[in-house]
Design a protein around this ligand. Structure first.
Ligand SMILES: Cc1ncc(COP(=O)(O)O)c(C=O)c1O
Length: 402
């Protein structure tokens, strides 16, 4: 089904880039487990040679995600085009970084997932001699200055950012990067294509940890890159196969199955998160609530412009709060809640809660964590799709224990 048809985004979750399986007419793509495919004569085959390069289950997932992110390349052939799926979000990031040459400069958002920070600073700075310039891109003047001064080959942003939920104006990032000839990449894991589509705003590449909202059920680890530029699609297709950290067919099946309900889930995540954020904002044991859907959010105006459920502004399913107290109070709170599971990750149907300084962002150097505001009293919530009153009661119980 073509991305040019006037289907709404929730219908594209189900039909985007999908066709009945040609041999049997199966409505859902089978899990193709074969590692290799028979050839009639050397080099004469049906387009499928070896499963790292060609796997029809993975292709079905890649086409759907490419369609949702408005790649425009998702229908170019029966095979994958603008979308590329990987074994994890970090495998996707690592492959995207291979678009750079040794010694290149990358300008990176200051508040990114801890693993992105670790890969850049503790691996690629050494193995690829990348020069990494860290900027708070919610300050566009600072971004413009960094781009002018350092002439990067790539600009890497994340919005809403993890865990401080800062927002970056994607259209501005795209324009500044383009003017400087840099490839712009947006990690869209938190917002998903339901709330924001960076390629439509001019970005070159979108990245996802499909482990999160895309898969949506905390039962698969994966990642993806999507581009609308055919030159970059060609290079990413080469790199995906050359490096080989591809998503396996079982994970592709689960990720595609999850994707079908993404629009429905995001609606519920957003509704419940707004209720919870509003409740926590007036709770006496909570010092600060960061949620893009609250007027008090420092980048509320960007959220209103950029993150939407249909035509209605929406803040997503992630909330970061600062408790009154320190590490002891945080521990007591996190040990008391039980509908919210104390676990890393996010974006599943079940609510999760975590302590970024000790858990997801422990790999970020302490000094940088302090600069970003990732303190001992900071807690990150991934609001699931349970009954919202159960979630509020659970948080109240935890806060009462402090
Ligand atoms: C925003 C963001 N990007 C990238 C990643 C890395 O993805 P994965 O854990 O699938 O490797 C994560 C994981 O938490 C994330 O939250």
């Amino acid at each position: 089904m073509s991305s040019h048809e006037p289907l709404h985004i929730s219908s594209r979750c189900i039909h985007g880039g999908q066709h009945p399986e040609p041999m049997t007419g199966a409505v859902m793509p089978p899990i193709f487990t074969s590692s290799t495919f028979v050839q009639k004569s050397p080099g004469v085959h049906s387009g499928f040679e070896y499963s790292r390069s060609h796997n029809a289950t993975r292709f079905a997932f890649e086409r759907c995600l490419a369609n949702l992110e408005s790649s425009g390349l998702d229908e170019e052939t029966e095979r994958t085009c603008g979308g590329f799926a990987f074994a994890s979000g970090l495998a996707a990031i690592a492959t995207a970084l291979e678009l750079l040459d040794a010694g290149d400069t990358i300008v990176c958002m200051d508040d990114v997932y801890g693993g992105t920070n670790r890969l850049l600073n503790r691996v690629r700075a050494r193995t690829q001699a990348l020069k990494i310039i860290v900027v708070d891109m919610s300050d566009l003047k600072a971004l413009e200055q960094a781009i002018t001064q350092h002439k990067p080959k790539m600009v890497w942003t994340e919005t809403p950012s993890n865990p401080m939920l800062k927002l970056v104006d994607l259209a501005a990032v795209a324009a500044l990067s383009k003017a400087a000839g840099a490839i712009s990449v947006a990690d869209n894991t938190f917002a998903t294509p339901i709330l924001q589509r960076p390629l439509e705003l001019g970005l070159d590449i979108v990245m996802h940890s499909t482990t999160k909202y895309v898969g949506g059920h905390s039962d698969t680890v994966g990642g993806a890159l999507i581009t609308g530029r055919s030159d970059l699609a060609e290079r990413l297709r080469f790199l995906q196969n050359a490096i080989g950290s591809v998503m396996g067919p079982f994970d592709a099946y689960l990720a595609l199955r999850g994707l079908k309900t993404l629009a429905l889930r995001m609606e519920r995540h957003c509704q419940s998160a707004l209720r919870i954020a509003t409740h926590l904002e007036s709770h006496p044991k909570v010092a600060r609530v960061l949620y893009p859907g609250l007027k008090s959010h420092p980048h509320f105006a960007v959220a209103q412009k950029q993150m939407r459920l249909g035509t209605t502004p929406a803040g997503g399913g992630m909330i970061t709060i600062e408790l009154k107290g320190g590490i002891a109070e945080s521990r007591r709170f996190l040990e008391t809640v039980h509908v919210f599971a104390l676990a890393e990750s996010l974006g599943g149907v079940e609510s999760l809660i975590e302590h970024p300084a000790i858990m997801t962002h422990a790999s970020v150097p302490a000094e940088q964590r302090a600069q970003l505001g990732i303190s001992d009293s900071l807690v990150r919530l991934s609001v699931g799709i349970e009954e919202v009153n159960d979630l509020i009661a659970d948080l109240n119980r935890g806060l009462d224990a402090i």
